[in-house]
Design a protein around this ligand. Structure first.
Ligand SMILES: [Ca+2]
Ligand SMILES: [Ca+2]
Length: 391
């Protein structure tokens, strides 16, 4: 992982400079909002990559430029009715046109989220109460911590946040949508942008330049990795991952399905490598584990499985009937779920459940956080994370 990271940084041809955050902001600001071109996003993403490498050489928000384009959003395989809890939410198919953006190649990790908490904690941006972190000014619950019963691997010792050994490169879980927004705002400020999201109101400026969560449309478009002729079921194609070596789904037999929960895999695990226990300290008995390469056509890892990925949108089952055709922002309000409350959407499936539904990991699959968040019958939120978007 480390070697690949440095190679990727070197390949971008950009040299980390002290003023690189300013350069990034300038690079993005120089292009018109409505006319932002994929090449400009590439330059911005590479520059941010370089800035991240310069500041945080161990782990970083590697960003992948996603070109502008049009695709047919929804269920192309006829499997969108498989989950009886929300059977028809992937139809009708509808064309969506998106401006270019950049998306994190990986789910946000425990190390990165702990770095965020330590940084904003040092500046008084958060409050800690029990085993939970709240925003200081917005009062929102951002994340749970170790000891809250929801299997966070980030701990607070009264002075600093730390991550349990061998869990740093696993995706963060037990976070909330508001915490993801706050993280994106932190990245925006860190790299020279204005924060895009008002955590309290839950509104993000979707046309502004900076970091935020992807919309459902941006997520699905990126998840497909350019596969539109024909459309495919999964980020890698139509292979149903019967041997479990393409993605971390429920009972996929990876070497992390033992020991302490959550049974996440390190981000980027399914890259075609044969991994060694000695390198990962996994709890399973296997000395080696051969993965297949599940990186999608745009270079995104773990799009299917590992952790659910929160998106910006409210969840509404009928949204596809009246979605905007260009850069749809999602419904104005969430559809009330059985408890009467609206919920945000999430994508990509997870390690914990949905075995009968391909881990909920089809690229078209939609899911409200209702079922896997607070209303999960067992352990809410321990399978929910996110990845960031830069636009
Ligand atoms: Ca698994
Ligand atoms: Ca995922």
């Amino acid at each position: 992982m480390r070697a690949l990271w440095w190679l990727a940084a070197a390949a971008c041809g950009c040299s980390p400079a002290a003023s690189v955050e300013t350069e990034v902001a300038d690079a993005v600001a120089d292009v018109g909002v409505s006319e932002i071109a994929s090449t400009d996003v590439v330059a911005a993403a590479d520059a941010v990559d370089a800035a991240v490498v310069a500041k945080d050489p161990t782990v970083a928000e590697q960003l992948q430029a996603i070109p502008a384009g049009t695709f047919s959003m929804g269920d192309h395989s006829g499997q969108g009715s498989e989950d009886p809890k929300h059977p028809s939410d992937e139809l009708p198919l509808h064309d969506v046109t998106l401006a270019a953006f950049a998306l994190g190649r990986f789910e946000v990790t425990n190390d990165r989220f702990a770095a965020f908490l330590n940084d904003v904690g040092n500046s008084g941006g958060i409050d800690i109460a029990g085993s939970a972190v709240y925003g200081h000014t917005d009062g929102a619950l951002y994340a749970g911590l170790a000891g809250d019963g929801l299997y966070s691997r980030i701990a607070w010792n009264g002075a600093a946040f730390s991550v349990e050994t061998a869990r740093g490169n696993h995706p963060v879980v037990d976070i909330r949508w508001e915490g993801a927004l706050a993280y994106c705002n932190w990245l925006s400020v860190r790299y020279g942008f204005q924060p895009l999201c008002d955590v309290k109101s839950g509104v993000c400026d979707l046309t502004g330049h900076g970091f935020r969560l992807p919309t459902e449309a941006e997520w699905e478009y990126a998840a497909r990795g350019g596969q539109t002729a024909p459309y495919r079921i999964f980020p890698w194609g139509d292979d149903v991952n019967a041997d479990g070596t393409l993605a971390n789904w429920q009972d996929s037999l990876d070497p992390f399905e033992a020991g302490a929960l959550p049974w996440t895999t390190p981000v980027g695990f399914y890259d075609g490598s044969t991994h060694a226990k000695a390198d990962f300290a996994w709890p399973g008995d296997q000395q080696t584990y051969a993965t297949r390469n599940a990186v999608n056509g745009y270079g995104l890892h773990d799009v299917s499985g590992n952790v659910w990925e929160l998106v910006y949108d409210w969840y509404a089952a009928d949204y596809y009937k009246n979605s905007a055709a260009h850069d749809p922002p999602g419904p104005m309000a969430g559809q009330p779920m059985p408890d009467g409350k609206p919920y945000r959407a999430m994508r990509g499936g997870n390690w914990y459940n949905g075995k009968e539904y391909f881990g909920h990991g089809r690229v078209a699959n939609r899911n409200p956080t209702y079922f896997r968040g607070p209303l999960d019958p067992n352990h809410p939120w321990y399978h929910v994370g996110f990845r960031v978007l830069l636009k």
